[in-house]
Design a protein around this ligand. Structure first.
Ligand code: ARG
Length: 289
């Protein structure tokens, strides 16, 4: 891997939204299962179809590749059924990596495996945090700013820790609805200044911050967020989102984005979706030989 200053612009059609090529870290759902319950979505008595999960995840990988993005992989580890949700294990900006520290014992070891991957792949100063942070589950990069959730998982003290390590402005947002326990279930980043979010997931003062900073945001409704529609991945033009989130897809089209629907229904049983499975490595490009 090499660290680069800027993402490459892939196409810049006149008047159209521009996509930039991304590098995504993903983890195969080889050991995916729901055997404990650490959020309201998880019911260990409901069976998971691991074969179907693998097909859905592989289709997500192919979707990214067909859009021109690079996908790299960290090996799955037996006994870590949530490791497929690799976005929770770190944040990478300008090639600099911050590791995670999980709130729950069940997921604790995931952070170490991904941190070792950061080290082995040449990311800059990969760091074990002091305070609980669940990576891009709660940290969302919007241009030069990082929106940071707290209330269920990430410790608010981790927000200042992240700001110091990545040298970015970090804005605290308080989450209040247990169905939307990670920021990335309640808010999606579409480009460097455009977001979509579900108002009822936020405390009043945090909602005021979002309204003031992003007056032209897309406001999602629960018919879409119940399918984890906001747990999306955008390259600035193409927005990969849950196929069931049809209302949100229509709103995106009306704003000039291109919705790319993908079905991740098996992962919803664990409270996870597209974004949870996708950690963007910003400022990192795979070295091609
Ligand atoms: N079962 C996992 C957990 O509760 C799902 C995590 C999904 N990730 C996310 N960023 N929402 O931790």
């Amino acid at each position: 891997m090499t660290v680069t200053a800027q993402p490459r612009v892939r196409h810049d059609d006149q008047g159209e939204r521009q996509a930039t090529v991304r590098t995504y870290l993903m983890c195969p759902p080889t050991y995916f299962d729901v055997v404990y319950s650490i959020n309201d979505w998880m019911d260990p008595t409901e069976p998971v179809d691991v074969r179907l999960a693998m097909l859905q995840w592989s289709n997500l990988v192919e979707t990214y590749r067909s859009l021109g993005h690079d996908v790299v992989f960290v090996d799955p580890v037996p006994g870590l059924p949530d490791m497929v949700f690799v976005t929770d294990s770190g944040v990478v900006v300008d090639g600099v990596a911050m590791g995670a520290r999980y709130r729950t014992e069940q997921r604790a070891d995931e952070a170490e495996h991904v941190l070792r991957w950061f080290e082995a792949n040449g990311l800059i100063s990969p760091t074990r945090p002091e305070f609980v942070n669940e990576g891009e589950g709660d940290f969302m990069v919007v241009g030069q700013t990082i929106l940071a959730g707290t209330g269920f998982r990430t410790d608010p003290r981790a927000h200042a820790e992240l700001a110091a390590h990545l040298r970015r402005e970090v804005v605290t947002l308080n989450l209040v609805d247990p169905s939307y326990y990670h920021l990335n279930t309640a808010l999606g980043v579409l480009d460097d200044r455009t977001i979509a979010y579900l108002p009822k997931a936020f405390a009043p003062e945090s909602l005021a911050v979002l309204q003031q900073r992003y007056p032209d945001a897309i406001i999602a409704d629960e018919a879409d967020t119940a399918w984890l529609g906001l747990n999306l991945v955008s390259d600035g033009r193409n927005v990969v989102l849950a196929s069931q989130a049809t209302g949100l897809a229509a709103q995106l089209s009306a704003r000039g984005f291109v919705p790319v629907p993908v079905d991740m229904s098996e992962f919803r049983k664990s409270g996870g979706g597209i974004k949870c499975c996708t950690l963007e490595l910003r400022g990192v490009e795979r070295t091609r030989s």
